[in-house]
Ligand binder design. Structure first.
Ligand code: NAD
Ligand code: DAU
Length: 338
């Protein structure tokens, strides 16, 4: 395969490129990334000299650059997005531009290039929120009910991808997955933010009552799920992907991290809640399990221990990421805790 990976310098995209080069020794990858605040080529330093890997800096909203990058490509894996809910509450416009318009530009270029597969990486947040203490889970038939500018923009992109399948016959697949965690995650997201704050001797900001539930998916398990869909999935289909967590709330995760790191609960700081905060997500991944044989490799505790150890061992990486513009964002987002 010759893959165009959009957003490959971000958290999941970089993990995916490292995974794919390792597991598919005949394939070539072009990484097309704008390098926003979230894009970091350091994530890919181990493969930058690999002859099967090439980086192109570009914006998915700029058609001529996307069309040029698509030359010789047969498979598109689309990660590029504005991905952080809190930033979408501070400013929605870049989310609509990149996530909706950018996806449409990419779909048009993919049609023109007659790619064999367009895989769209989406989120469980498009389904809205579930009540606490119910057995309900999201699945492929769940109605869309996005509730933040971020999830609304991702819902828009999902609809466009399906529209290009139905209207133009573009061979698409979609995965809607839950919260990823693991190496190279930008420390604006809960787990890397908590671990790196604690390593810096700072407290962990917990929104509201902390009783918000997410479904946690280790990034390598996610990469294997995309591999399964790309190589064995049915065109036109959507697959939900989730982890091996049973309704673990944010406070429980933070306490778990405190234990792993030998700290006590005085390091928790309750801060102003996120507006419109979705109470609970849970993903039913029966379809991808039954059809493609995918399941997470390890349980949450095993992957969490490894994740904490990774940030402990890669202080240079996150210290560089947490300098500069990150500090301005942190001050704006967490003013109630400063
Ligand atoms: P991220 O924010 O870490 O990385 C996004 C990448 O996209 C960055 O490298 C950035 O430079 C690039 N990018 C942004 N705008 C661009 C543009 N206009 N043109 C080209 N590149 C651009 O995001 P992530 O956490 O790795 O998420 C990747 C994808 O997975 C996103 O589509 C996100 O919606 C989806 N997703 C993420 C999670 C999660 O928990 N992180 C869960 C479900 C779905
Ligand atoms: O569900 C998939 C989604 O998961 C992805 O589509 C998004 O790209 C990704 O950012 C993530 O969204 P969340 O909003 O769930 O992730 P975040 O890490 O921002 O927050 C996780 C939970 O932790 C959420 O309930 C909010 C809470 N939180 C978050 C931060 C950053 C806190 O309590 N304190 C914090 O400082």
């Amino acid at each position: 395969m010759r893959l165009l990976v959009t957003g490959g310098a971000g958290f999941i995209g970089a993990n995916f490129i490292l995974y794919w080069l390792k597991h598919h020794p005949d394939d070539e990858i072009v990484n097309f990334d704008k390098l926003t605040y979230a894009g970091n080529l350091e994530n890919l330093s181990s493969v930058e000299k690999n002859p099967r890997y090439r980086f192109v800096q570009g914006d998915i909203c700029v058609s001529k650059d996307v069309v040029a990058a698509m030359d010789g490509i047969d498979t598109v894996v689309h990660f590029a997005a504005e991905s952080h809910v809190d930033r979408s509450i501070l400013e929605a416009a870049p989310f609509i531009t990149t996530n909706v318009t950018g996806t449409q530009v990419l779909l048009d270029a993919s049609l023109k290039a007659k790619v064999k597969r367009f895989h769209h990486v989406s989120t469980d947040e498009v389904f809205g929120a579930l009540p606490l203490n119910t057995p309900d889970k999201f699945n492929e038939a769940t109605a869309y009910d996005p509730r933040s500018p971020y999830s609304a923009s991702k819902a828009g992109s999902d609809h466009l991808v399906r529209a290009y399948f139905h209207t133009f016959g573009l061979p698409v697949t979609i995965t809607n997955c839950s919260n990823n965690y693991g190496p190279f995650q930008f420390p604006e997201k809960l787990i890397p933010l908590a671990v790196t704050n604690l390593l810096e001797g700072r407290k962990v900001p917990v929104y509201g009552d902390g009783k918000y539930v997410r479904d946690w998916l280790y990034v390598d398990d996610h990469c294997r799920a995309i591999d399964a869909v790309l190589t064995r999935g049915r065109v036109g289909e959507t697959y939900c992907v989730g982890g091996l967590t049973e309704d673990v709330d944010n406070l429980t995760i933070i306490k778990n991290i405190l234990t792993i790191m030998g700290k006590d609960e005085s390091q928790i700081e309750y801060v102003t809640d996120r507006p419109g905060h979705d109470r609970r997500y849970a993903v039913d991944w029966t379809k991808i399990n039954k059809e493609l044989g995918w399941k997470p490799e390890n349980d949450f505790q095993t992957w969490l221990n490894l994740t904490v150890a990774w940030y402990r061992d890669h202080e240079d990486w996150w210290k560089r990421v947490k300098s500069g513009a990150y500090k301005e964002y942190y001050a704006k987002q967490y003013k109630s805790a400063l």
